[in-house]
Design a protein around this ligand. Structure first.
Ligand code: NAD
Length: 486
């Protein structure tokens, strides 16, 4: 049954206590939270002061001393319990997420349940952090490789997936024996706080997870250089990621960066056009296109181009846009006013440069951050949308004539997060997978982001993985011990 829970005010979680914030220097101690479908203020969010951050740092230091010595099997049991709690609370959490973020309720439910699966996966992985014994050259020597938790982690997560961006970082850190200070998303804080609460209610010791909010730049510039913090993990834009990676580098901190993308979606002439239209239109408008792996540059072979454009435009016109709490809504509002402005600017730029607007292109109504699902064709190479991450429901479709040309176009941008292709040729699929410069490639379906598979980019899309066995690497140090028996 659909939940009727009301939206909560959100506090900081420091040293096992939910508390008010004291506000950043000279600033407010809280900020309003806005429902993007109605523009109504639905709650308030506590802001951390420098003193609050210091308290979180001390708590995380103590939390690490406790948690690193908890046996992996005990950590596993507690994490599995947190996953169960999250599953039980899915309806309430999903409603809260839709109210603060805008995504349709079924997507919010899926995100919450997927988060529980991610916790389960990392709980299991934590029990398999094996070291190894390396055969020695000399008699009596024992060479051992240990894997030890990195220490206190500082994590920064954005508003597009309020729970899932956070759960990957928290759960990998906890499975490895680390503690964490998470700066959650200020615009969508309550569902993220509900994730932390599930861990609290599962019995996590004090200080192992600390959740803060405030002014992002103030918090990151204080936490990253701080000697208590040993590892930085950030999900967000490439511009901010580069600043944070530079700061982390200056202080020799380990880093994972999950940044922007501009995924090519290539439809070869031998593809099943109807299937490509159906799957790509489904994937593109998920979370209103505010997804780092969203298919973005649609590249369609000239022989099937008009069939694809007509079919895709028709599919797009059938996408029902509305308040994500209402039944049957496929696409909610954008998460904030900045995204609407960005969509208007990208569309205006393309049209001014000669692009054809096939459908959409405008804001819907004057309340709520709704934007029409939009299709553009006949774009010049310098259209901004072909070069900047749109992070919204706009689809530029370009024709191509040869495999060489399309691979060159797919690899043209500095991004390298996700790439998609549709083809019925195994040889062509293999060639695309080999030659495309991307951390993740999905062919003939959209199969990214499962807990057990690697998730991460190359080039300006960042480095490190947030899924699969690779994700644990980010939270462990290797220690080599060689010992001659005496
Ligand atoms: P933004 O670049 O200001 O912020 C992106 C995220 O980074 C937010 O969560 C924000 O709180 C955080 N952030 C910003 N400055 C920070 C700092 N100095 N220290 C720590 N955290 C900081 O932009 P925005 O308007 O929120 O989003 C716009 C762009 O961000 C999008 O176009 C997209 O490219 C990118 N983005 C990417 C993802 C992703 O999943 N990779 C998620 C959200 C946003």
């Amino acid at each position: 049954m659909q939940s009727t829970v009301s939206y909560p005010d959100v506090l900081l979680f420091i040293d096992g206590q939910w508390r008010e914030g004291h506000g950043h220097d000279g600033g407010a101690a809280s900020q309003p939270i806005v429902n993007p479908a109605t523009e109504e203020v639905i709650g308030t969010l506590a802001h951390a002061s420098r003193a609050d951050l210091d308290a979180a740092l001390v708590a995380a230091g103590k939390g690490f001393s406790t948690w690193r010595h908890v046996a992996p099997h005990e950590r596993y049991k507690l994490m599995r319990k947190a996953a169960e709690i999250l599953r039980e609370r899915t309806e309430d959490i999903a409603r809260i997420m839709t109210m603060e973020q805008g995504k349709p309720l079924p997507e919010a439910r899926l995100e919450t349940q997927a988060a529980a699966d991610i916790i389960d996966w990392f709980a299991e992985e934590g029990r398999r952090q094996y070291g190894r014994l390396i055969p020695a050259r000399a008699a009596g020597v024992q060479q051992i490789v240990h894997r030890e938790p990195v220490g206190v982690v500082a994590a920064f997560t954005p508003w597009n997936f309020p729970i899932n961006q956070a759960v990957r970082k928290i759960s990998a850190a906890l499975a490895a024996g680390c503690s964490i200070i998470l700066k959650g998303p200020e615009e969508t804080p309550a569902s993220c706080a509900a994730l932390v609460k599930a861990y609290e209610d599962a019995g996590l010791p004090k200080g192992v997870i600390n959740l803060v909010f405030g002014v992002p730049a103030e918090i990151s510039s204080y936490l990253i250089p701080h000697p208590i913090v040993k590892k930085i993990t950030f999900t967000g834009s490439t511009v901010v990621g580069k600043q944070l990676a530079a700061l982390a580098g200056a202080h020799m901190k380990r880093v994972t960066m999950e940044l922007g993308g501009h995924a090519p979606a290539v439809v070869f002439e031998d593809a099943d056009v109807e299937v490509a239209v159906k799957l790509l239109s489904g994937a593109k408008f998920r979370n209103a296109g505010q997804v780092c792996v969203s298919p973005t540059r649609f590249l369609v072979h000239e022989d099937i181009y008009s069939r694809f454009v007509d079919g895709f435009t028709e599919a797009v016109q059938g996408v029902k846009v509305g308040n994500g709490l209402e039944d049957g809504v496929r696409m909610g509002p954008l998460a904030n006013a900045r995204r609407v402005e960005a969509m208007e600017a990208l569309t205006a730029d393309a049209v001014a440069k000669g692009a054809t607007l096939r459908t959409g292109g405008a804001r819907i109504g004057n309340k709520g951050y709704f934007f029409q699902p939009t299709v553009l064709t006949d774009l010049p190479a310098d259209a901004r949308i072909l070069n900047e991450e749109p992070f919204g429901p706009i689809v530029p479709i370009m024709p191509f004539s040869s495999t060489e040309a399309v691979i060159e176009e797919a690899n043209r941008l500095p991004y390298g997060l996700a790439a998609y292709a549709y083809t019925t040729s195994g040889t062509r699929a293999d060639e695309f997978a080999r030659r495309v410069e991307s951390g993740m490639v999905s062919i003939n379906h959209h199969g990214l982001a499962l807990p057990e598979v690697p998730f991460g980019g190359i080039k300006d899309s960042g480095y490190g993985s947030e899924g699969g066995t690779e994700a644990m690497e980010a939270y462990v140090n290797t220690k080599f011990v060689t010992q001659l028996g005496v």
